[in-house]
Design a protein around this ligand. Structure first.
Ligand code: ZN
Length: 493
């Protein structure tokens, strides 16, 4: 399978370092607030990449850190009169909660920066010993970018051009303006740890590098993050690894494109800033996934609530199709004698599975994967309408299972949302009783009710048919006319 490597700017064959195994790391959040949906998109993209690698049979070890000490956390704590540790704990929990709501698999390893200080100090000492870092009188330790001849290799930047084109923080203790802090001396009241260079805390770029080395070993197969992390964060991570251990940090670097709102940059000042929680409070995770996966992970994603409504309809189409297939299969006599329509559906399943895999094999083309799934939805609906009356159980169930399984690889859990839609038996019984068509079980009651409505319609007795429909609607149910017959379902929204 082909994977785009941001370092080489091309797609390359995925060649695991250890056969059959993939070790991957994705930079986690700084836990000082709810994450925004742009971050949500990045974490979702890597969740799908991980799931697909597992689907292909790789044994994947996935690590993601929590940056739980940082200026932003300290500032938030000062504003709120709390300790930095309290703020970090609150937002670590909130982050994990939203990841679960979004259906994102837990990482195998979730290191927290504040518990990895020793590994970071070891790496910093090694860099100082090898002449790649220096401590200054204030107690800060800096990485010397000039000591690394390969600096700029990941982002394709040249230090001399950078100097001319970009402003950098002025600091007279640094030997070069692009030198970055590996260790920051503590200011009064800040969280700190003792070190050979004085009390302080690690720099952000140092955390990920030391944790990757400790938990996964370097180099790893895949290092991921948002495109905004390429420079300086990932450039600085890889520079440290090259200088400390004389090996690259990762074989393949993967970066997700940015998220825009209605084709504008998302920002608090434009008033179009959304947290992942706000979006998941309003829409099911499956719909948000469908929207995001319609765009390739490297491309900019245009997010809007109109598009999300569109994704809701797609999700509804998908769920209805699976339910109708299952329902038609249950109602069908087991004949086992294949008609042309049965064979055509069987071939549609095979080709959807093939198309899904070849799309995903091409640098995780989820839009192509979704197109294969929705193509099978169209074929299945066509089958249900054309084969009504001679439904073949096995092929019908196979179509439903294939849809559920392919969705599962994308983290779209059809069982999850439809569980909430289970038709409540009491309601059905009540609806049938009110209309005077009670049965001994909810299934029988529903059948009697639908049969009565059908009879009234056949007799063009619209008054009775409408009265039955209204009685059903008053209880929050609707009659859905499908190709395979009418059925009751819960009303949406
Ligand atoms: Zn990182």
């Amino acid at each position: 399978m082909l994977v785009y490597n941001s370092q080489s700017h091309r797609k390359q064959e995925l060649e695991p370092i250890e056969p059959g195994k993939i070790r991957m790391y994705v930079c986690g959040p700084t836990v000082y607030d709810q994450i925004h949906i742009g971050n949500g998109r990045t974490f979702l993209s890597f969740d799908v990449i991980r799931r697909y690698l597992m689907f292909k049979g790789y044994e994947v070890t996935f690590a993601q850190n929590l940056t739980d000490v940082d200026d932003k956390i300290i500032n938030r704590a000062n504003e709120q009169g709390r300790t930095a540790a309290e703020v970090a704990e609150e937002f670590s929990d909130k982050f994990i909660e939203q990841m679960h709501r979004f259906g994102i698999l837990d990482p195998d390893i979730r290191p927290r920066a504040t518990r990895e200080i020793e590994a970071m100090q070891e790496m910093i000492s090694l860099l100082i010993e090898q002449g790649n870092a220096y401590a200054v009188p204030s107690g800060d330790v800096y990485f010397s970018v000039r000591s690394d001849h390969a600096y700029g290799v990941l982002s394709g930047r040249d230090l001399d051009q950078l100097r001319a084109g970009e402003r950098v923080e002025v600091n007279d203790q640094k030997r070069d303006p692009f030198d970055f802090a590996l260790w920051k001396a503590a200011k009064p009241g800040e969280p700190s740890w003792p070190s050979p260079w004085g009390d302080g805390r690690p720099g952000w770029h140092t955390e990920c590098c030391a944790m990757i080395h400790r938990y996964l070993g370097t180099p790893i197969d895949i290092h991921g993050g948002g495109a905004d992390l390429v420079f300086p964060h990932h450039e600085n991570e890889t520079a440290q690894a090259m200088c400390a251990w004389h090996e690259p940090l990762a074989n393949v670097w993967m970066h997700t494109g940015m998220l825009q709102i209605n084709e504008e940059k998302m920002s608090k000042s434009l008033g179009n800033f959304y947290t992942l929680k706000e979006v998941l409070d309003r829409y099911p995770a499956n719909a948000v996934r469908i929207l995001m996966l319609q765009t390739h992970y490297r491309a900019p994603l245009d997010f809007s609530f109109d598009r999300l409504d569109g994704a809701m309809s797609s999700l509804d189409r998908l769920q209805s199709c699976v339910k109708n297939l299952r329902w038609a299969a249950e109602a069908a006599p087991q004949d086992g004698c294949l008609t042309e329509a049965d064979r055509a559906l069987g071939m549609a399943i095979d080709s959807a599975e093939k198309e899904f895999e070849s799309s995903m094999d091409d640098d995780f083309n989820t839009a192509g994967g979704l197109a294969a799934i929705f193509g099978l939805v169209t074929e299945s609906n066509k089958y249900l309408s054309e084969a009504a009356g001679s439904i073949e159980t096995a092929v019908t169930l196979r179509a439903a299972d294939a849809l559920v399984e392919l969705c599962n690889v994308l983290g779209i859990d059809l069982a999850k949302d439809s569980a909430g839609e289970e038709l409540p038996g009491e309601l059905v019984t009540l609806a049938a009783e009110r209309a005077g068509y009670a049965g001994s079980s909810p299934d029988e009651a529903a059948e009697a009710l639908l049969a009565a409505r059908q009879e009234a319609r056949a007799a063009k007795d619209w008054g009775t048919a409408d009265a039955i429909r209204d009685g059903i609607a008053a209880l929050g149910l609707v009659v859905e006319d499908t190709a395979a017959g009418a059925r009751l379902r819960r009303k949406k929204g």
